[in-house]
Design a protein around this ligand. Structure first.
Ligand code: C5P
Length: 218
């Protein structure tokens, strides 16, 4: 398992984070949440008043924030310029803004390079939108998680306070459209990915199914 790379892609709310951490834990692998990297840069830019409606303004600052990530699936960490960002990157403000930042090629180029460096010789579960297609096209195991729009909105609503399923369904649909229609590295299922619909599965069942796929391939 030391050289293994498990690529986990899919839309928001498909259960990628919980499943990725569960698989990494079960196999003693490291864990990388690439969405946290895009969120961290977005948070940094919001704090500095960068105009997120202007892709050139985003590109001009794309290399400035310094990211530090911890790869323990039990306690993943993310810091920006040495400041813990785990809480702030999950706010509704960052969630609403992140797709504009992640669509900018300069941001993607920088983060894809950093992600490849972290992946290194492998032994890691990596979750995102373009892992099987762009970041780690040679990954031995590629999983594409999906779930119905209702199931995804329900899950997200249960994680948050002060929101409704309707609000979450609309916000997720907007973000998924932006993520899958952008020019640079859109959300896409790799041709050799195994698609897993998690609508009717609980976390244990999803993890068990992914472990079964890994066992088959490795
Ligand atoms: O996975 P999460 O919802 O935290 O991702 C936040 C955002 O980061 C996504 O909506 C997408 O815009 C961007 N993202 C990306 N490529 C990745 C991971 C995340 O563009 N590999």
């Amino acid at each position: 398992m030391t050289g293994l790379v498990v690529a986990m892609d899919g839309p928001s709310g498909s259960g990628k984070s919980s499943a990725s951490r569960g698989v990494a834990r079960a196999l003693g692998l490291r864990y990388l949440d690439t969405g946290a990297m895009y969120r961290a840069i977005t948070w940094w830019m919001l704090q500095r008043g960068v105009d997120l409606a202007d892709p050139e303004a985003i590109a001009a600052r794309a290399l400035d924030p310094i990211l530090t990530l911890g790869a323990d699936p039990d306690a993943p960490t993310v810091a920006v310029d040495g400041v813990d960002a785990a809480g702030p990157i999950r706010t509704a403000e960052v969630t609403a803004a992140v797709s504009a930042v992640s669509a900018v090629p300069e941001v993607r180029r920088r983060l894809v390079a950093e992600q490849r460096e972290i992946i290194g010789a492998g032994g890691i579960v990596v979750e995102g939108r373009d892992i099987g297609t762009v970041v780690a096209p040679d990954a031995v195991v590629k999983i594409y998680l999906t779930a119905s729009a209702d199931a995804r909105a329900l899950r997200r609503t249960a994680e948050l306070t002060g929101t409704t399923v309707e609000v979450q369904r609309a916000a997720m649909a907007r973000r998924d459209t932006l993520d899958s229609t952008r020019k640079a590295d859109p959300l896409a299922k790799a041709a050799d990915a195994v698609e897993l619909d998690t609508t009717a599965l609980n976390l244990e069942e999803v993890v068990a199914e992914i472990l079964r796929v890994i066992k088959e391939k490795v």
